[in-house]
Design a protein around this ligand. Structure first.
Ligand code: FAD
Length: 380
């Protein structure tokens, strides 16, 4: 890690071997900490679909020394982002040559990113305990600053516990009410189809009133990722793992043109999730406990920044802990550096949500004016 940072001595327990947890584990271990990651899943297997990593996300991967491994599995964004109407006619084209470093914008399968981070964490000496479901976390007190992690049947104490346990974070509950999420009126399907018959390096975004569909290549074009969003009046569940009959996806997008029909005809497995808006947490740390990633700032997917923000958190948290031997001050500094930036990103993603579904003459103006990619500059 960077020169000028002190070594971190001591034990750190991280809850959750997702993108944020594994990145933080490697960063902290490289700085000298003895890190254990507790993950509820019995194995780190193939879950999720495509994830976009903008330059701010790939900058963290480079800083972690995992750049090459990431590039071996990621697909660069390619030539352009093309906006199309429901019939497939082109509305606008954004050449990627406009990006300062187009090669730093990658499409990655979430499972591949997790694998790179897992291998990176283990290589740095991190212990990853699988099949460990955390049921509660208790902060320390001034007289006993050790935090306590409760798993089924045992308790683990540590001077610092980092909650990287995602959307339904148990650790976040320790620090109080995160505020109520509300349903945005949109559901999203995600799917991948193999070997695209008309491969294009372009990102395609098809828009129609009440729905849109984004598709881009993964794994060098051997897979194509599809995310399709539709407006709905009600939904109850917020989960990454719910499967849906692909026939429902095809029916929802039956009015779209040939290219979309061709893609959807080849979907064999589809997942569906309800899109909920969450307030960014006000409290990111307590005595001996810190939160990161979706545990504090879940975002709508319309700026492709969920994974990037988790990676940024990991880097900044490690730098703050290495830069200040007083842990409470280090954690306060971490929240100070991250809170407003994450809130701005979450708000921008929310604003994009309505722009994608506009129709009529106003639409093109809104579509070309919206932030179409997660190209926010890396946080210094
Ligand atoms: P996550 O990456 O969600 O990781 C949280 C981790 O904590 C998970 O491994 C989870 O199993 C673990 N965990 C949760 N609760 C407990 C507990 N009580 N005890 C122990 N471990 C616990 N984003 C996309 O853009 N596209 C996708 O296709 C996509 N698929 C996803 C699939 C899954 C299964 C998950 C969990 C997330 C997915 N995401 C996807 C979300 C994306 O990965 C996150 O928004 C983002 O990377 C933030 O990362 P994070 O580390 O904060 O949380």
């Amino acid at each position: 890690m960077q020169n000028g940072l002190n070594r971190i001595d001591g034990r750190i327990v991280i809850v959750g071997a997702g993108i944020g947890g594994l990145a933080a584990a490697r960063a902290l271990a490289l700085l000298g900490a003895k890190v254990t990651v507790l993950e509820q899943a019995p194995a780190i297997t193939e879950v999720g679909a495509g994830i976009q990593l903008g330059p701010n996300g790939t900058a963290v991967m480079r800083a972690l020394g995992l750049d090459q491994a990431l590039r071996d599995t990621g697909t660069p964004i390619g030539r352009a982002l093309v906006l199309r109407n429901r019939h497939g006619a082109r509305l606008a084209r954004f050449p990627m040559s406009g990006l300062k470093r187009p090669d730093d914008y990658l499409f990655v399968h979430r499972a591949d990113l997790i694998k790179v981070l897992e291998q990176g964490a283990r290589a740095a000496g991190v212990t990853i305990d699988l099949g460990q479901r955390i049921t509660g976390v208790r902060t320390g007190t001034p007289s006993d600053p050790m935090a306590v992690v409760e798993t089924d049947g045992k308790e683990i104490t540590a001077p610092l516990v980092i909650g990287a346990d995602g959307l339904h974070s148990v650790t976040a509950r320790t620090l109080g009410d995160r505020g109520q999420p509300f349903f945005t009126g949109q559901v999203a399907w995600r799917a991948t189809v193999p070997k695209d018959p008309s491969p294009t390096a372009e990102v395609e975004l098809y828009m129609a009133p009440g729905r849109h569909l984004v598709t881009y290549p993964l794994r060098g074009g051997t897979l194509r990722n599809i995310v399709a969003v539709e407006e709905r009046s009600t939904w109850t569940e917020e989960s990454w793992s719910r499967q849906d009959d692909p026939a429902n996806l095809r029916a929802a997008f039956a009015q779209m043109g040939d290219r979309v029909q061709h893609l959807l005809a080849r979907v064999e497995t589809a997942h569906i999730w309800g899109l909920f808006r969450h307030p960014v947490a006000e409290r990111w740390h307590g005595t001996g406990v810190a939160l990161m990633g979706d545990a504090v700032h879940p975002t709508l997917p319309f700026l492709a920044q969920g994974a990037c923000m988790a990676l940024e958190d990991a880097w900044v948290l490690a730098a703050c802990l290495a830069g200040n031997s007083d842990q409470n001050l280090a954690l306060a500094g971490y929240q100070l550096r991250r809170h407003d930036r994450c809130r701005r990103i979450v708000d921008a993603a929310t604003r994009n949500a309505w722009a994608y579904h506009l129709s009529g003459p106003l639409a093109l103006g809104a579509h070309t004016g919206m932030r179409v990619l997660g190209t926010l500059a890396p946080q210094k």
